[in-house]
Design a protein around this ligand. Sequence first.
Ligand code: NAP
Ligand code: ZN
Length: 363
Amino acid sequence: MSTATQISSESRSQYKAKAYAADGEKSPLDPTTIPRRDPGEHDIQIEILFCGICHSDLHQVRNEWSAMPTVYPCVPGHEIVGRVTKVGSAVTKFKPGDLAAVGCMVDSDGNCPECQGGLEQFCPHVTLTYNSPDVHTGGVTYGGYSDSIVVKEHFVLHVPSNLNLAAAAPLLCAGITTYSPMRHWGVTKDKKVGVVGLGGLGHMAVKFAHALGAHVVVFTTSPNKREDALRLGADDVVISRNTDQMSKHNGSFDFILDAVSAEHNINAYIQLLRRDGNMTLVGAPATPHAVAAFSLIFKRCSLSGSNIGGIAETQEMLDFCGKNNITADVEIIPIQKVNEAYERLLKSDVKYRFSIDMSSLKA
Ligand code: NAP
Ligand code: ZN
């Protein structure tokens, strides 16, 4: 029997944690209690201080992704920062009192080529922070809209001590999801980079592309975000519904990152790529995109996707943020405002990420 199987079949004691959960796709998030395992030898227990609200939380809570049906009750949240309260006997990199962070994954098989290559996000047996089967409790995993979480050491990250914690939380998803494809596709000085959608992911993409030295153009449907885009590091802003403004950039981009959460026309952006340019989708709308073959064919362009980032790269991104003093622009809310925050997120009415102050859960 492998060690992994021994640990997973071990019946470990549990405790109750406070959380907010949705009971169905039309239900609001409400207070509840959930089971968490007591930390095993490789585990770290974290008191959650802040958790960002990702648009993926909203997609998942409302069961909008047919490829990833939601299991209820659903406790979302994968932008977690907190303080270590307990560590297992085999834990070496953390001690009680340390700052700690958890993103979108809490386990993987550790043996497959993806895991061996530091790309745990592509492991066929990855365990997501919420809505994945939980081998320890027998139910599903529950995310960060909670007062504590217990996670295997390998999936716990160090937070640079100079970063504001509420503003650092969104780095664990919005940060790594935009940093990883930029590193993969070679965003550097002298590259022209487009960012489509100035939301939680988009505003992090602008900060990273600027910090990497690129010429950054923001595409937005919201004219009132223009000043913010420039302040965040954009060199130019295009109102994407204005075809004249769009066509001025035809054939000029090395790389475009699309971080839009809803249905839209991606061909309008592909035609802005130069020869061999790449457009990467990180936004995950519920409905499929239509792709015009000719927009790719004529300039040998590529269209790709990207899924968060591996654990080592997530630590690299956090360290990069520590060094360059990069965090998200956040609006801090108490957990009691989470349902209102979801409605505002749908209207793009947040600058640019909600971060839940989890001390409000004690109220
Ligand atoms: P968000 O904060 O809501 O931002 C989405 C932005 O998209 C909005 O601010 C808006 O920007 C734009 N937008 C919204 N509706 C639009 C429409 N109908 N047409 C054109 N543009 C529209 O969401 P987020 O948290 O950044 O997440 C964005 C997407 O990425 C979500 O689908 C999420 O699930 C996905 N995601 C993927 C990964 C991954 O690993 N691939 C990880 C995390 C999240 P403007 O106002 O500037 O137009
Ligand atoms: Zn996310």
